[in-house]
Design a binder for this molecule. Structure first.
Ligand SMILES: *[C@@H]1O[C@H](CO)[C@@H](O)[C@H](O)[C@H]1NC(C)=O
Length: 484
């Protein structure tokens, strides 16, 4: 090749390469925002460095109904209730992300730790406040849902819910165990004393979970159902993280009870089979533990149930290419499944493994491409060119189903807005929310890629902590792979 030609093609190549790189979403920006979101969900006394500046202290008497201190933690979504079951799952996912993607999180690792600690400080109180009891929530959800109030104005009962030996809750206890154990790994080096406290408390809660068997939905009824009813039973929640943390053989016997016939093709705050399988596959792939190979097989079966070209795929996709599982807050399944995609691909790549879905060879690249496609869709590469992350990109949801975000801040409007006025003046209003809930990923579009941006349609416009918690890992992965 002539020199001139060669340099021209090099320039052309560089040019296309640059366009390609610049054509990707700004994953770093999205990553920072996805973590910032948690500040908007904070309950309790806010610190001086609170960046979401339209939020203020709330729930400062939480726990007083039971003469204990249960301040802090997170509101799960658009309401003002603290539901520990999804909050613990949120914490588990954030912690798993911080452990698995520590390097790629870079400057965002510290904010991720802060977000985890905001939850674990509260979960520790819930586990240690009263002997023989685990507190599992604050705020009467039925009364809360009848009001549209800023958290700072709350007038609804801050009822306190707990499980105990005669009112068991193995599901919520096991998820709390997982959250505390996973978080103990996050703080092992940076705060050993805190890490130890997390692990000790985790072990205590685990004993409670296995000694008093039962579902918390049966014990607490309408205090948790239909909001965060435990649908999938309580057998596998969390066992894996426990194992990962302690490597105690007695936990392994529990793992064997993980139902190999279960074909869950979903992953959520309620159903953790797939997450358990991928985490157990880690032992087989990274630690070469032969006894864990059956779990690796199950993890592969899960991947084959998700991948679009797999003969055993049971997953629906929208015409625009988004994983579509269920109508209510579908993006929660997209982010949590995407977390498993990038994470399992990482284990495969580290151990140079591939597998077959029927006659199709699956490589880490195939899985990562699907993960990237899901994240890109969320960030605006979709038929509507709509970003489903609030405050990211040019077009994003403006009528988010979120009490605090949809009403003026107490800073600009100090006068109390009552329970019913909130509905009249703000919930039913067609105006955009006055406060931007940066980083929140909402429920997302319907099966035809259509989106309402309608505050009253919580399925599409409500954010939730567990939706965001699960995208932190994939965003960290992509930010590291496609940095600008
Ligand atoms: C999605 O929403 C659009 C607009 O509201 C509607 O026309 C369409 O039928 C919906 N699709 C499904 C599958 O519900």
């Amino acid at each position: 090749m002539e020199r001139r030609e060669a340099s021209q093609s090099l320039i052309l190549f560089l040019f296309t390469f640059l366009v390609f790189v610049n054509g990707h979403p700004n994953y770093k920006d999205a990553l920072a925002k996805s973590i910032l979101f948690f500040q908007g969900q904070r309950s309790g006394k806010l610190p001086v460095n609170q960046e979401i500046a339209w939020r203020f202290d709330s729930g400062l008497t939480d726990g007083s109904d039971a003469n204990v201190d249960l301040k802090g933690g997170y509101y799960d979504g658009g309401d003002n209730v603290k539901f520990n079951f999804p909050m613990a799952f949120t914490t588990t996912m954030l912690s798993w992300s911080a452990v698995e993607y520590a390097k790629r999180l870079g400057l965002q690792l510290e904010p991720t730790r802060v977000a985890i600690r905001w939850a674990t400080d509260y979960l520790l109180k819930c586990a240690n406040a009263s002997p023989g009891k685990l507190y599992v929530g604050v705020g009467e959800p039925n009364a809360d849902h009848k009001c549209w109030e800023r958290p700072e104005d709350m007038t609804t009962p801050r009822s306190v819910y707990s499980v105990s030996s005669d009112k068991p809750g193995s599901d919520v206890a096991a998820e709390t165990t997982a959250a505390l154990a996973a978080a103990s790994m996050v703080f092992r080096k940076v705060d050993p004393a805190y890490s130890k406290l997390l692990l000790e408390t985790s072990k205590k809660v685990w004993k409670f979970a296995i000694n008093y068997r039962g579902s918390y939905s049966d014990s607490l009824g309408t205090a948790v159902c239909p909001f965060y009813c435990s649908y999938s039973g309580y057998k596998v929640n969390s066992i894996t993280y426990k194992y990962h943390t302690t490597n105690d053989a007695s936990y392994f016997n529990f793992l064997k009870s993980l139902d190999a016939n279960d074909k869950s093709d979903i992953f959520s705050w309620d159903n953790k089979y797939a997450g358990a399988r991928v985490l157990l596959a880690r032992q087989a792939l990274l630690n070469k533990a032969k006894s864990f190979e059956p779990f690796n097989q199950q993890a592969q079966d899960f991947m084959c149930s998700i991948l679009p070209n797999s003969p055993s795929s049971t997953t629906e996709y929208t015409p625009g290419g988004l994983i579509y599982k269920l109508t209510q807050v579908n993006l929660q399944y997209v982010t949590s499944i995407t977390f498993l995609l990038t994470t399992y691909a990482k284990y495969m790549a580290s151990s140079s493994r591939k597998f077959m879905c029927g006659n199709i060879l699956i490589t880490p690249t195939i899985i990562r491409n699907l993960a990237k496609k899901q994240v890109d869709y969320i960030l605006g590469e979709n038929p509507l060119k709509m970003s489903y992350m609030v405050g990211y990109g040019e077009r994003f949801p403006t009528r988010v189903h979120h009490r605090g975000s949809s009403m003026p801040s107490i800073k600009s409007h100090p006068k109390v807005i009552s329970c019913k006025d909130g509905f009249q003046s703000y919930f039913y209003s067609s105006n955009p929310n006055p406060n931007v809930l940066f980083g929140a990923i909402v429920g997302g579009p319907n099966k035809s890629d259509a989106f309402s941006d309608d505050r009253t349609d919580y399925s599409q416009t409500e954010p939730a902590t567990y939706v965001n918690a699960a995208i932190v890992g994939p965003l960290a992965y992509l930010a590291g792979s496609y940095s600008k």
